[in-house]
Design a protein. Structure first.
Length: 110
């Protein structure tokens, strides 16, 4: 499936919405929510609500970073018969940097 709203996504400045980055500071009537976060209650704290928002908003970057890491770590079969082994190449440095940045966003660190 590839029909999702393009990233990057951010948490809206006024609402508990995850929105495309260009909508993050628009008035709510003009913003396009990707999803709405739950309001805190006795089961979900404000910190958990924000952490959920950070994780959801990082989804496009996490997807792209993981795709690049997998593409950069192509494996190939070496040998034959029962002794087959797989050789995996190291991922490109840029793919590692993008993955680290996406994880930092998911943790609310950027």
């Amino acid at each position: 499936m590839t029909g999702w709203t393009p990233g990057p996504w951010l948490i809206h400045a006024e609402r508990r919405w995850v929105v495309p980055a260009g909508d993050a500071f628009k008035e709510p009537a003009k913003a396009l929510p990707v999803c709405q976060l739950r309001d805190p209650d006795e089961r979900l704290t404000e910190d958990e609500t924000l952490a959920n928002g950070f994780l959801i908003s990082a989804a496009p970057e996490l997807y792209e970073a993981l795709s690049k890491l997998l593409a950069g770590c192509a494996s190939r079969r070496v040998g034959g018969g029962d002794g087959d082994t797989f050789v995996v190449s190291a991922p490109p440095a840029e793919a590692l940097r993008e993955a680290a940045a996406a994880l930092a966003k998911a943790r609310g660190e950027s």
